[in-house]
Design a protein around this ligand. Structure first.
Ligand SMILES: Nc1ncnc2c1ncn2[C@@H]1O[C@H](COP(=O)(O)OP(=O)(O)O)[C@@H](O)[C@H]1O
Ligand SMILES: [Mg+2]
Length: 241
């Protein structure tokens, strides 16, 4: 049976500002849901709440039947919810394997020394599996292209196969060819049954890849459309109306 992530009446205030109000939604495995909306609509806040990086002011999150809201990112990660942040959070001066294993390095239990060969081999296997081509694994990731850096940030989220993958604007800074590489990774993960939630203002990418499109407006869900039954004009209308 596929996994499901359920949001029940999620609200979040920052001081007097009501950034999210009564957001309810259900996401199922094997589907890509796009979350769109104007700047300030609350998209990033909602993703961070799903990732456990922010607590909701009220409301609950359930993964399958387990309630997980209001804890922390490590707890959400341990349950299979991974987020790729807009700024990627890569250590730019470090090479690819160091970034893939950032914060969960493999060390020898006796000496405490890092098992760099082991991490390098696992990195190669992960990139191979996910169809990501990075010719020079030993370069600092800051020297790689924007698309390669985005792919590494996604690969890091896939190291321990998650149930839910949250992505904040993964194609915003990329050239067209790089966009295709990122969308291909997401299609492949959808095939594997992941729940994928994608925040993006690039509506052509959203229309190309998503199964449904939720529009957030002033912190509320304004519409939820099946991608196959809509078009660019309708989505733009939902966002700006
Ligand atoms: N940490 C914070 N403190 C105060 N206000 C915040 C914080 N994070 C976001 N906001 C506000 O919440 C609103 C929604 O922000 P955000 O979720 O980033 O929107 P989006 O990603 O849709 O552009 C904005 O008005 C923003 O200024
Ligand atoms: Mg945002």
């Amino acid at each position: 049976m596929s996994n499901s992530l359920t949001l029940e009446n999620i609200s979040r205030n920052f001081g007097a500002l009501k950034v999210l109000q009564d957001v309810a939604a259900q996401f199922t495995g094997g589907k890509i849901t796009a979350l769109v909306g104007d700047n300030g609509a609350g998209k990033s806040t909602l993703l961070k709440i799903m990732a456990g990086a922010l607590a909701p002011t009220s409301g609950t999150i359930k993964l399958n039947d387990e309630e997980i809201a209001g804890l922390n990112p490590a707890h959400h990660r341990a349950r299979g919810i991974e987020m790729v942040y807009q700024d990627l959070a890569l250590a730019k001066q470090h090479h690819v394997a160091a970034n893939i294993f950032l914060g969960r390095e493999i060390a020898c239990p006796l000496t405490g020394l890092l098992k760099t060969k082991e991490m390098r081999a696992q990195t190669e296997a992960l990139l191979e599996q996910t169809g990501i081509k990075i010719p020079q694994l030993d370069r600092p990731v800051g020297a790689l292209s924007g698309g390669q850096q985005q792919a590494i940030a996604i690969a890091r989220a896939l190291l321990v196969p998650p149930k839910v993958l949250l992505l904040d604007e993964p194609t915003a800074a990329l050239a067209a060819k790089e966009v295709d590489m990122v969308l291909d990774i997401l299609r492949q993960q959808r095939e594997k049954g992941l729940i994928i939630i994608l925040v993006s203002h690039r509506l052509n990418d959203v229309l190309a890849i998503s199964d449904n499109i939720i529009t957030l407006k002033h912190g509320r869900i304004f519409n939820d459309r099946k991608t196959a039954d809509t078009n660019l004009a309708e989505i733009v209308q939902d966002i700006v109306s």
